[in-house]
Design a protein around this ligand. Sequence first.
Ligand code: ATP
Length: 133
Amino acid sequence: MSTFTLEIVTPERKVYAEDVNMVIVKGTEGELGILANHVPMVTPLRISSITIKKDRTEEIIAVSGGFVEVRKDKVVILAESAELPHAIDEARAQAAKKRAEQRLGGKADEYDFRRAELALQRAMNRLAVKQRG
Ligand code: ATP
């Protein structure tokens, strides 16, 4: 099966750079499976997991928004944060989830409510990726 280079970059560091067979991302318009020689495009990503298929192995990475850019020579994911399962601190994500739930249950203006909703999504995404990884 053909391969292409996949890079996952955050503002802090390069999290991943490997030749892979396929990457499955969740864009704002739906799920997208990218193979070698996909047409160039850019699309925003949801707070979600990315699935990478390489030889017979599968890897999963938690991302918090950002973009996927399909270039002629490679696919680049620019994410606000990205963690492989082993890098996810489960207790921290549980604490973040609890904090967000408390905020959502209390008195908050619309802005704080939206922020708590996003924090809850990030925490739940990390917990799901940790469990699947
Ligand atoms: P917290 O409230 O725990 O900081 P958060 O969702 O607000 O969570 P982010 O702003 O998305 O955190 O991420 C800030 C940095 O911390 C990023 O580098 C991200 O990879 C890292 N990070 C956040 N939560 C975890 C976690 N549970 N395990 C490992 N790294 C994490």
